[in-house]
Design a protein around this ligand. Structure first.
Ligand code: FE2
Length: 279
C-alpha cells in the first residue's frame, strides 16, 4: 500500500497525507448517512455539548460515557442561546457524532473497513489493529469550535504507545474553515497529559510540562475532500474555530495495536461490543 518513502516520512514526521483515498461516491454516502442520523436525533432529550476547552467538566455526562458503545450526537458549545434555544437549525448545530458508528451502522462500517485500510494499518505498524472509536466531525460554519492542542494518546493510553489516527476529509479543509494543524516530528516528544476515567467521572491529568507548539513550529494540513491523513498518537495537533460560512466535515477513526496493553483508566472501554480491526 505505502511506498518505502511514505513509510519513512510517516516515521520522521509523525503523519502522512494520502490524497484521493476515498472516492467522491464514498464520501457522499457517509455525509448523507450522517445527516440522516442527525435528522433522527431527538435534540430535546439529549443536550450533551462537546467542548475540548473544559473537557473534564463537559464530558462527564452520561451521554458521553454511553456513546463508547453507541451512536450519539453532541452539540457545538455555541449552539444554544441564553434561553437554551438552538441558535440555528439542528443540522447546523451538531459538533460531532460518536463513537461506535463503525460497528453499529452499516454505511459507516463499510467506510471504516476494507482491504485498503487493513493494508495501510499494517504499513503504519499496527499488526493487530483494534478499532476503538469513530467520530463524524461537522466543524459547522460560524460556530464550529476550536479543538485545542492535544495528543490522541492522552485518550487512548497503551504501553507502548500505539494509537493511530485516521482522519478523512469529507469536504475541502482550508485554514479558513478550520483545517487540522500538526507539529511535524512532534510525535518524538513526551505525552503531556492523560484523560483518566474513575467510575463515571473523567479528568485530565498533567504529565509533562513541555509547551504545546505554536504557529511557528506547526503546519496547516490543507487537503481536498477524499484525502486521508494518518497520524501517530503522540503527534500534537490542533484546529481553529470555523468562522467561515463553509462547514468542514471530517471523519476520524482511532485504532490501537492489540499487542500493547490498553490502560484500564482510558475512558473508552468495551463490554458489549466486540473490538474489531479493519477487516
Ligand atoms: Fe485528535
Amino acid at each position: 500500500m505505502l511506498t518505502p518513502d511514505q513509510q519513512a516520512l510517516y516515521q520522521t514526521e509523525g503523519y502522512l497525507v494520502l490524497p484521493g483515498f476515498k472516492s467522491d461516491a464514498e464520501v457522499a454516502a457517509l455525509r448523507q448517512r450522517a445527516l440522516q442520523i442527525v435528522e433522527a436525533f431527538d435534540a430535546d432529550s439529549h443536550r450533551a455539548i462537546f467542548s475540548t476547552s473544559d473537557q473534564a467538566r463537559r464530558a462527564a455526562g452520561a451521554d458521553f460515557l454511553t456513546s463508547a458503545e453507541g451512536i450519539q450526537c453532541f452539540f457545538e458549545e455555541e449552539a444554544f442561546d441564553e434561553a437554551g434555544r438552538l441558535r440555528q437549525a439542528k443540522a447546523l448545530s451538531i459538533n460531532k457524532i460518536g463513537h461506535a458508528m463503525h460497528d453499529l451502522d452499516p454505511v459507516f462500517q463499510r467506510f471504516s473497513r476494507g482491504p485498503a485500510l487493513a493494508a495501510l494499518a499494517g504499513d503504519l505498524g499496527l499488526q493487530q489493529p483494534q478499532l476503538w472509536q469513530s467520530m463524524y466531525i461537522f466543524k459547522q460554519p460560524g460556530i464550529g469550535g476550536e479543538v485545542k492542542w492535544h495528543q490522541d494518546a492522552s485518550f487512548f493510553d497503551t504501553t507502548p504507545s500505539t494509537v493511530t489516527g485516521f482522519w478523512f476529509a469529507l469536504e475541502d479543509a482550508t485554514q479558513a474553515n478550520g483545517c487540522l494543524w500538526v507539529q511535524p516530528g512532534g510525535h518524538r516528544g513526551p505525552l503531556r497529559e492523560r484523560f483518566v476515567r474513575e467510575g463515571d467521572a473523567v479528568r485530565m491529568e498533567a504529565l509533562d510540562a513541555t509547551p504545546w507548539p505554536d504557529t511557528r513550529s506547526a503546519v496547516p494540513v490543507e487537503v481536498a475532500a477524499g484525502t486521508l491523513v494518518c497520524f501517530q498518537g503522540l503527534l500534537p495537533h490542533w484546529s481553529a474555530p470555523n468562522r467561515s460560512d463553509r462547514s468542514r466535515h471530517a471523519y476520524t477513526l482511532h485504532a490501537t495495536d492489540g499487542r500493547a496493553d490498553y490502560a484500564a483508566h482510558n475512558w473508552l472501554q468495551r463490554s458489549a461490543l466486540p473490538l474489531r480491526g479493519f477487516c
